[in-house]
Design a protein around this ligand. Structure first.
Ligand SMILES: Cc1ncc(COP(=O)(O)O)c(C=O)c1O
Length: 489
């Protein structure tokens, strides 16, 4: 982006300044005087204040701007720039000797803030080196069992099996319970497609049900309405780390003789009434993909309440080979094993889980403190008795109020160096899954998905970056509110 997209003349109207601010997506413009010299800065709040004093959109920029935004010389050295970026101002104009703006610096030009990135600063390298120096690089190595035990302890589960990823964790859980052709499994409409894929791979039929408007997760009443004589299992997903309504789902399952397989891929650390998510149902599946709270690059874990079922899963994980008779196969199995190298990374990650989790809670609290009260921006609901692990801090934008499509919001934030992620598309809208929607309706999943965004949620996120992100969002909302007001004026 060029500095020209931020420049307005002092004599321009506020309406023209608003258009510039809206078009650059950052809700900010710099004013220049008749000689093209930098003279002020103007944002949505300045226009708001002028209107409140009785001004109008036709008034001049000079009546609303704050004087002298204090640019930096165009040949400023990086240390000067860094110092200035840590102080006031997200965007700093760079000026020539006559104070004419020629360029700018912004956080976006210095770093793109990612939605999620792994942190591998513990014993990862040390443990990995051990795998290499001892030649234990396949799934037959000591870190695999150690990772299973330490992860099981972390989430208060009994029988844990490390597997190649979260999708096969779900698949293996279904197979271990003998769920397959002719069986129905209830899944939420708003989830990552792997939830439904695992059911389809098992040969069973996913039955897609809408989610609750507040919980964003399976709604027990809607689940109850979808149960048929063919239903074998319910697969609640703890979406973005928000625990699903487990008591009611477990009670439903018990009443109807159903299995509950928790898709806790996104919910390491989340708790429902004090119990870790993933350890409440008959089985729980986790993902350790690189954007998850604990990662092994690719990887997963499946835990079972019942040791016998877990044993069956262990055999299926290893080609269906009879554990007492090498190379004798009683059934067709899979190779779903995790390598010792991945497990080594996993062990190092588990050691840091306390620190990771604490930071996630701080990030969520910081977002909440700064974003609460922005009209037309919904934050995740805090539900009593549930600890959201905030894998992704996700918000729902009121698109009508903003007058923007979700992708416009994504690209405006991307211009500001802020990576975001749209919420998942509802399953029922995508070709492979449409046939599993029956004649049910999905207003909640559709609404959430339409305006939903996940904000940067890495534990590497700094407080200054959270301030910056929230400032950009607030200015986006402020600018759009004014644009709408100007249009109706
Ligand atoms: C809800 C949900 N289920 C399942 C998975 C699958 O996990 P994996 O990518 O490790 O296969 C994911 C992955 O992100 C997920 O978000």
């Amino acid at each position: 982006m060029s500095i020209n997209r931020f420049l307005v003349r002092e004599s321009d109207s506020l309406d023209a300044a608003l258009k510039t601010m809206d078009a650059n997506g950052l809700g900010l413009a710099f004013a220049v005087d008749g000689g093209g010299r930098l003279s002020g800065v103007i944002g949505a709040s300045d226009i708001d204040a002028t209107l409140a004093r009785g001004g109008s959109f036709g008034g001049q920029v000079s009546s609303a701007m704050r004087p002298d935004p204090g640019g930096l010389p165009v040949d400023a050295d990086p240390a000067q720039i860094a110092k200035r970026m840590n102080g006031k101002g997200y965007i700093v104009p760079l000026v020539d000797r006559e104070r004419r703006p020629v360029d700018f610096v912004s956080p976006a030009r210095m770093r793109r803030i990612p939605v999620a990135e792994p942190v591998l600063t513990g014993n990862e390298l040390k443990y990995l080196s051990e795998c290499v120096t001892t030649s234990w690089i396949s799934s037959q190595g000591p870190f695999v069992r150690r990772f299973e035990n330490e992860f099981a302890r972390l989430i208060d589960a009994r029988n844990a099996l490390a597997v190649s990823n979260g999708t096969v964790a779900l698949h293996l859980a279904l197979l271990a319970f003998g769920i397959g052709p002719g069986d129905e499994v209830i899944v939420p409409d708003l989830t990552f497609a792997a939830t439904a894929n695992a059911v389809i791979h098992a040969g069973a039929t996913p039955v897609i049900v809408d989610v609750g408007a507040e919980s964003w997760n399976l709604d027990p009443e809607m689940v109850a309405a979808a149960i048929t004589p063919r239903t074998r299992a319910i697969m609640p997903v703890h979406l973005y780390g928000q625990p699903a309504e487990m008591d009611a789902l477990m009670e439903l399952a018990e009443r109807h003789g159903l299995i509950v397989i928790e898709d806790a891929a996104e919910a390491v650390g989340a708790r429902y009434k004090g119990r870790p998510c993933g350890s409440i149902g008959h089985a729980g599946a986790f993902s350790f993909f690189s954007n998850k709270l604990i990662t092994t690059g690719e990887g997963g874990m499946v835990v079972f309440q019942d040791a016998q079922i877990a044993e069956r899963a262990r055999i299926l994980r290893d080609h269906g080979m009879n554990p007492g008779r090498r190379y004798w196969h009683d059934e067709v199995g899979y190779n779903y094993r995790l390598t010792n190298m991945q497990a080594a990374i996993g062990c190092a990650q588990v050691e840091q889980m306390g620190r990771f989790f604490t930071r996630k809670m701080e990030i969520a609290a910081a977002y909440r403190a700064r974003l609460t009260g922005i009209d037309g921006l919904r934050l995740p609901t805090e539900i009593p008795g549930r600890v959201n692990s905030y894998w992704m801090f996700s918000v729902i934008c009121d698109l009508a109020r903003l007058g923007l499509a979700r992708d416009d919001i994504v690209s405006r934030l991307a211009n500001a160096g802020i990576e975001t992620r749209p919420l998942f598309y509802p399953l029922h809208t995508m070709p492979p899954y449409r046939g599993y929607a029956g004649n049910r309706e999905f207003p909640n999943a559709s609404h959430l998905s339409d305006g939903g965004l996940s904000l940067p949620s890495s534990i590497t996120l700094t407080d200054a970056e959270i301030d910056y992100i929230c400032g950009v969002i607030a200015r986006l909302y402020g600018t759009r509110r004014l644009v709408q007001r100007a249009a109706s004026a």
